[in-house]
Design a protein around this ligand. Sequence first.
Ligand SMILES: [Zn+2]
Length: 161
Amino acid sequence: MADCCSETNSDQSFGKQVCQTCGEKGKKVELATIRSLTRRDHPLYAELKSGFICTNPDDNTVYYSEENDIIIYHNDLVTSFHLKNPDDKQNLCYCFQHSRRAIKEDITKNGHSRIELSIREKVKQGACTCEVSNPKGKCCLGDVSGFVKNLQKGNIEIQHA
Ligand SMILES: [Zn+2]
């Protein structure tokens, strides 16, 4: 590319291509995930390729292709992506539809997260469809348990409406 003489040319981000709209490194995502979560009426739907996901909450880009010729924005998705939507009603678990608000209520009521336990149970039974339901293309448990831990530590406020 044009910056062949730049000192930062020795790119160690193999498999972590940089998002062309925000410059952050993305993570590899399978085509099956991108196809399943992009609106079917997107003009480039038939040309979708495997690529990367941008997890920067401040950037509207969700997927970009390896060749950087296709960008899928948040409003091109069939679902709302939790990393791009801080709303309490936003689902963190896509397979079994658990929102941030439901998890907060769960902690308030039970002191621990029954939702997290129930997700773990269902994942063990193989009942999840993360590859095609979660825009990240992987299990939500990491994000759910991170959220639960932050709630329990008081890092996230539980507001009572
Ligand atoms: Zn980005």
